[in-house]
Design a protein around this ligand. Structure first.
Ligand code: NDP
Length: 247
């Protein structure tokens, strides 16, 4: 299916999976509203997209702030007239062992990974309901299926994203024609691990990185494109993508 002229909001588009998704979808003709806190990164991305003939706008938006999430939706409507797809991608992963009691990091993960997803969902829902179509894509993780030591709080946030995705699907897909897709990547090479402050986790991950080849952000962008490109009767509910070498 042709996705040209679809209006897509992507949160966390300033790096990693969000950035790769923005580049790929713009190549396919989608019009993009790109949100994140690092505006300079977004502006550089928009310049690149426009230089390649695409159409996108950069908006400074912190998903832990409800008004910022509403602003993303308002800009999409003002500039492009509708919202077809929300990619709820912004997330943080400061992994730590529970007994380190990094409570501020727990708060930030809960605020960004769970509340951020809900706030952006709430911001786009009214227009998707009134147009009787839309697509919510939530980026969960393999950590939304399996708990790992040192990842309890992160896993809890991603279990929540997976649960919310199924709840959204049950309530909105049959009644309002709003598709819901939960994407569950394994390890991907991005900046995600830069927020980790627990030295034991940093040491463990350095060893793990040598054990198998991580995915690239484009691999997940391709999954998102696949979900968006389906005919209207097809709702891709869940996509689990692991590196071939990840156990
Ligand atoms: P990155 O760190 O490269 O990207 C995370 C993005 O989230 C950044 O653009 C960052 O932008 C944004 N972000 C963080 N906090 C906020 C906030 N409060 N408001 C708005 N944007 C925010 O990592 P990834 O690309 O890997 O992460 C994208 C998603 O993929 C996350 O949800 C992550 O949990 C998930 N994921 C990643 C995996 C991996 O191995 N990399 C595996 C499974 C899932 P800025 O700092 O500019 O605000």
């Amino acid at each position: 299916m042709d996705i040209s002229n679809k209006v897509v909001i992507i949160t966390g588009a300033s790096s990693g999976i969000g950035e790769a998704t923005a580049k790929l979808l713009s190549q396919k003709g989608a019009k993009l509203v790109l949100g994140a806190r690092r505006l300079t990164n977004l502006e550089n991305l928009v310049k690149e997209i426009k230089a390649n003939g695409g159409d996108a706008v950069a908006i400074k938006a912190d998903v832990t702030n409800r008004e910022d999430c509403k602003h993303l939706a308002n800009i999409a409507i003002e500039k492009y007239g509708k919202i077809d797809v929300l990619v709820n991608n912004a997330g943080l992963m400061p992994l730590s062992f529970l007994d380190k009691l990094k409570i501020d990091e727990w708060d930030r993960m809960i605020d960004t990974n769970i509340k951020g997803v809900l706030y952006c969902f709430a911001a786009v829902l009214p227009s998707m309901k009134s147009q009787k179509s839309g697509h919510i894509i939530n980026i969960s993780s393999i950590a939304g299926r399996r708990v790992m030591k040192g990842g309890s709080v992160y896993c809890a946030t991603k279990f929540a994203v997976t649960a919310l995705s199924e709840g959204m699907r049950q309530e909105l897909s049959p009644r309002d024609n709003i598709k819901v897709t939960c994407i569950e990547p394994g390890a991907v090479t991005t900046e995600l691990r830069n927020t980790i402050t627990d030295q034991d986790i940093i040491n463990n991950l350095a060893k793990r990185k040598e054990e198998f080849e991580y995915l690239e952000a484009i691999d997940i962008a391709e999954s998102i494109l696949y979900a968006i490109s389906q005919p209207s009767r097809v709702n891709i509910n869940e996509i689990l993508v692991l590196p071939t070498g990840q156990g």
